[in-house]
Design a protein around this ligand. Structure first.
Ligand code: AHR
Ligand code: AHR
Length: 492
């Protein structure tokens, strides 16, 4: 049995909806043939696939990052505005494709408005110039009568879009990045860019380009940019055919948070900063099978357990993690998959959906006490060079919890990694449940689930309820399952 003790009166931090964020890149069939398909009977008159929009809307994304990723480092945004037939077709260096530029800034911002999500634009620090970046910010955000603001009006959009989030480059450390830099070079460039962008748009929220949170690159970039940026970014991908490695590797996000947070606090202390930048996990997911081409990863239910764990970790650490973007959303390493006839979801869609629906205002303290696992995690079983072996033991059940501002409701997300069912005894400290709890559980799909696309695995979502007794709720978590418990908290 696993005991999960939740203390509603001990807040961890407010949950920023931007931790339930997404990312779409011009890569494979993510944009073209994914969320955007001109002339399809499934699309609206702007070319937005309505079926994809519906599935994405349910995820209640707090923010959507675009246009890359590696793609952005040779993307010239001004190619993607104005009449579509006049837009140039360009070679794309990161993934070896071509871009028609028919989906550009105005299309992306219209898409975000349609979804009800905040846009986050990543700037091209590879082949792009500072002048070009400033023009982009002006085009999106300026209310003045200057050239690029006037261009926006000419293209049909009067009011400024008010794009708040701007990324200072993508993975500028990697040899796969067009125009990669050393950490010192990056700090110098990003400082020039960040200062100038703030001059144009003081409300801009800047994201500095971090790595995995514990590297020398992170240390140099944090020391160099802590006084300028609002967020330090971390990218983390995990995954393995080895079950335990796959489901436990997301815990390295905890190490990354601890490490980045310590470096951020140290920089803030040494530099006497009044405001400490927070962490943006602006790319995270399970990704290890399809490493080249269109990255059309096919996900299993074990991957869904990993994804549920990532989100639990972001909720548990929401005082420091203020943004997280699932990479990516459609077709390329994505929860949503399309064909020309249909759109459907992979198993990883469900934890994202249930987390986004369940999360309340404030994350609160959770203590898990129960059977643990310390598996042999062979380092060679993972594509990514990080092991979590040193973080063992791991509880079989991973948990996160949140409450409303009025402390009248609680939501608990539980990942049971065990290959056997596990009894969970959920206990509220200094509080009591207000009656029956709603339980939603997702497990691997069986024969009963309709397969929309032949090669996409299904999952089974069941809904039920459980009566709580005072402060205690006992439930059985099926083997390898993700569960959300939602309940009222009794008035004191
Ligand atoms: O999400 C796929 C790729 O992963 C992104 O383009 C890049 O930023 C990262 O390496
Ligand atoms: O697969 C290409 C690159 O390899 C990714 O963009 C990067 O994250 C990884 O190292």
């Amino acid at each position: 049995m696993t005991r999960i003790a939740i203390t509603p009166s001990r807040p961890v931090g407010r949950i920023d909806r931007t931790i339930f964020g997404g990312f779409v890149e011009h890569l494979g069939r993510c944009v073209y043939g994914g969320l955007y398909e001109e002339g399809s009977p499934l699309s609206d008159d702007r070319g937005f696939r309505k079926d994809v929009l519906g599935l994405l809307r349910d995820l209640r994304l707090g923010v959507l990052r675009w246009p890359g990723g590696n793609f952005v480092s040779n993307y010239h945004w001004a190619d993607g505005i104005g009449p579509k037939d006049g837009r140039p077709r360009r070679p794309e260096l990161a993934w070896g494709g071509e871009d028609s530029n028919r989906f550009g800034t105005d299309e992306f911002l219209a898409y975000c408005a349609e979804l009800g999500t905040e846009p986050y634009i990543c700037l091209n620090m590879g082949t792009g110039t500072l002048e070009e970046a400033l023009a982009w910010v002006e085009y999106c955000n300026s209310a003045r009568t200057t050239y690029w603001a006037a261009k926006r009006r000419e293209n049909g959009r009067g009011a400024p879009y008010g794009v708040r989030y701007w990324g200072l480059g993508n993975e500028m450390y990697g040899e796969w990045q067009v125009g990669a830099l050393s950490a010192e070079e990056y700090v110098r460039e990003a400082t020039r860019w960040g200062r100038a962008i703030r001059m144009l748009d003081p409300g801009a929220r800047l994201i500095g380009c971090g790595k995995t949170g514990w590297t020398e690159w992170d240390a140099v970039v944090i020391d160099g940019l802590a006084g300028l940026v609002d967020y330090h970014s971390i990218h983390l991908y995990t995954g393995s055919d080895d079950y335990w490695t796959n489901v436990l590797q997301p815990h390295q996000a905890e190490r990354a948070i601890m490490s980045a947070r310590a470096m951020l606090q140290r920089a803030a202390y040494r530099q006497k900063l009044a405001r400490v930048p927070r962490i943006a996990y602006d790319e995270w997911n399970v990704w290890y099978r399809e490493m080249t081409g269109a990255l059309e990863e096919r996900y299993t239910f074990a991957d869904a357990l990993a994804v549920g764990t990532y989100l639990n970790i972001f909720v548990r650490n929401c005082d420091w993690v203020r943004m997280a973007n699932l990479a990516q959303m459609v077709n390329a390493i994505a929860p949503i998959v399309t064909s020309t006839e249909a759109a459907t979801v992979q198993p990883i869609y469900y934890p994202v959906l249930l987390h986004a629906q369940a999360a309340l205002d404030t994350a609160v303290d959770v203590h898990v006490d129960g059977p643990t696992v310390s598996p042999d995690l062979p380092p060679e079983a993972t594509r990514w060079p990080h092991s979590v072996a040193d973080l063992a033991p791991f509880t079989l059940v991973d948990a996160a919890a949140s409450v409303t501002d009025h402390m009248d409701r609680v939501a608990v997300t539980l990942v049971n990694r065990s290959p056997a069912p596990e009894t969970a005894r959920v206990v509220l400290r200094d509080a009591a449940f207000g009656g029956t709890a709603t339980i939603r559980t997702v497990t691997e799909g069986g024969d009963g689930e309709r397969r929309v696309l032949p090669d996409v695995a299904t999952a089974r979502l069941t809904e039920g309820s459980e009566v709580a007794k005072d402060a205690v709720l006992v439930l059985t978590l099926p083997a390898q399952s993700f569960t959300v418990v939602e309940a009222a908290i009794a008035a004191a």
